[in-house]
Design a protein around this ligand. Sequence first.
Ligand code: SF4
Ligand code: SF4
Length: 159
Amino acid sequence: MMSCGDGVQVVCEYIDKKIGVTKPVVPANDALGLVGGGPTKFKETCQSCGQCELGKTAGICPLTSCGKGLMNGPCGGVREDGKCEVDPEKDCAWVKIYERMEKMGELDKFTEMRAPHAWSKAKRPRLFTIEEPVKPVRTILASLPSYLTLLGGPEYEEE
Ligand code: SF4
Ligand code: SF4
């Protein structure tokens, strides 16, 4: 199946529970996550952590850009040339955050204490409940052919 792992799992759940057929569903691509860049080199930019910190870190994600995921400034290993202790090929995330805050005239934010990141929102598997779709969306969904109800995905059981 040509999709990320989510698509494969949606189809597995669907055929098991809605059709009553259990068959192998094989992934045809390897999802790497939320990345930026391209066309040949990509960098993870977000790990969907559930509590975005970018408003406190000049729009640079400390969880994906810092080798240690630090929330309150650089570690003691940042190199003299501003590169990362963990990977000397990469710029230190906290040097970049500092420089960006400086350019924006927001350096006072750099020394603000940021609360520890709330990893509780990223516990696995994460379950989401959204509000009922607004009426126009419900109407559109109701008008779709029945085979497209697959788009609604599987119904996850409450734990
Ligand atoms: S803090 Fe980083 S990982 Fe979390 S949502 Fe924001 S960009 Fe994504
Ligand atoms: S050098 Fe910078 S990016 Fe690397 S681990 Fe330390 S704080 Fe994070």
